[in-house]
Design a protein around this ligand. Structure first.
Ligand code: PMP
Length: 441
């Protein structure tokens, strides 16, 4: 069956498909962190729908709430009209927001993907400031629509849409392991923030004052790279002083993944616009902006769309937000993440291919490097994307679903559901160790 499904997909679907190629699994059933494929095998899921499934697959409370909605005959689709489900979701989200946004933010429901929300956030900042430009960070990933890919890092993403879609200035992200300034964290963060400030104060740069700065607190697709807290606080200070809208993209980091409900909370920073999608819809498509009410300069119809909050997604999202908070899953993610990194570092001590183990909460990465190459002046070796691909394939043979990311696709990314059990996490580690032996053969 698996071979037939894959062969038909090969004939019918776009050449741009990705996971379908790197994870030749046809999922037929799933629960928690486990997925059963059409080949009858059970896989441990360290991808979680690209970080979407905070509560894992088919969490009983999420499923029951969706089923109750279906049985009650609610309209599944209501454009942007108010429904009791949307009202309840909004209430739940507002109570979970960080800092001054809590209880006070304006919400904008937009087209269902993270990229739609990023697009909307940029337009909101432009409308509120009357300016056009955006400052983004190197290696960022904000989505695939024209505006979102214009503020994303990899040049390959931008070339397909035209880099001129939006005036974008790129500042180096504080990537300590490969710091463009040759220093580690937190100095790389200080330098990144200083470059941002220099750019904004130097009139000879000619780009004028931007509408917004957009960033991920922990870059996900970019290779699981944390921005230091001091960097985030500096970026907040600089943007606040100059009246530039700070957009924090919490599409991947939000809803407990990094050990806090929102990643920006650890640094005590509240953005002007918080972008949420993925886990916020509990596995169903939902994207929402939460922003300072003063920014709400839009007129009715300025940013619309047909799919602005599906009723079932509101319900799945509400149950997910509540469960993550009530079951203290951010704290659990922090604890499990520490244990995971400790074990991965032990593996790295014995294997020079594991160049850097890093992450926050249950958002972790292992940068794979060429052990025979000479280290640079901060002790980092060149990335090894060929071995990374071999290792991902070996992991799949061990029944472990995970993806690669990073500037050169050489970072093994681990995004298990926040409800992954201790035993499952031990098994993840055992499988990675076995896959390493396999890939090295
Ligand atoms: N922002 C971030 C930080 C993301 O990780 C992603 C998706 N990986 C997006 C935006 C885009 O979300 P979507 O794929 O739903 O458009």
């Amino acid at each position: 069956l698996l071979d037939q499904l894959l062969a038909r997909q090969e004939r019918r679907e776009s050449a741009a498909r990705t996971y379908a190629r790197t994870l030749p699994v046809a999922p037929v059933r799933a629960l928690g962190a486990q997925v059963v494929g059409a080949d009858g095998r059970t896989y441990l899921d360290c991808l979680s729908g690209a970080g979407t499934l905070a509560l894992g697959h088919n969490h009983p409370e999420v499923v029951a709430a969706i089923r109750a909605d279906l049985d009650s005959g609610v309209p599944l689709h209501a454009l942007d009209m108010i429904t009791p489900q949307k009202d309840a979701f909004s209430e739940e989200l507002l109570t979970r927001l960080p800092g001054s946004l809590r209880g006070e933010a304006r919400l904008h429901f937009c087209g269902p993907a993270g990229t739609d929300a990023v697009e909307a956030a940029i337009k909101l900042a432009q409308a509120a400031t009357g300016r056009r430009g955006v400052v983004a960070f190197s290696g960022a990933y904000h989505g695939m629509t024209v505006g979102a890919s214009a503020v994303s890092g990899p040049a390959r993403m931008r070339s397909t849409v035209g880099a001129d879609a939006l005036p974008v200035t790129r500042i180096p992200f504080p990537y300590a392991y490969r710091c463009p300034f040759g220093v580690g964290a937190p100095q790389s963060g200080e330098l990144s923030a200083r470059l941002l400030e220099n750019f904004l104060t130097d009139p000879s740069s000619g780009a004028g004052e931007p509408a917004a700065v957009i960033l991920e607190v922990v870059q996900g697709e970019g290779g699981v790279i944390e921005g230091p807290d001091s960097w985030l606080r500096e970026v907040r200070r600089i943007t606040e002083e100059r009246g530039i809208v700070l957009i924090v993209d919490e599409v991947q980091t939000g809803v407990g993944r990094t050990g806090h409900f929102w990643a920006c909370e650890r640094a005590g920073v509240t953005p002007d616009v918080l972008v949420a999608s993925k886990a916020v819809g509990g596995g169903l498509p939902l994207a929402v902006l939460a922003y300072r009410p003063e920014l709400d300069q839009w007129l009715p119809g300025d940013h619309t769309g047909t799919f602005r909050g599906n009723t079932l997604a509101m319900t799945a999202g509400r149950v997910t937000l509540r469960t993550v908070a009530e079951e203290q899953l951010p704290e659990r993610a922090a604890k499990l993440g520490e244990r995971l990194r400790l074990s991965l570092r032990q593996l790295a001590d014995d294997n020079a291919r594991l160049g850097d183990v890093r992450g926050r909460g249950l958002m972790n990465g292992v940068e794979l490097v060429d052990p025979d190459a000479a280290p640079d002046r901060i002790g980092s070796r060149p990335a090894d994307p060929v071995f990374a691909r071999r290792l991902r394939a070996a992991c799949l043979r061990q029944g472990l679903m995970l993806e690669l990311g990073g500037r050169s696709d050489s970072v093994l990314r681990l995004l298990p559901p926040l409800v992954v059990t201790d035993t499952e996490l031990d098994s993840v580690l055992e499988r990675i160790a076995a896959a390493l032996r396999d890939a090295e053969r």
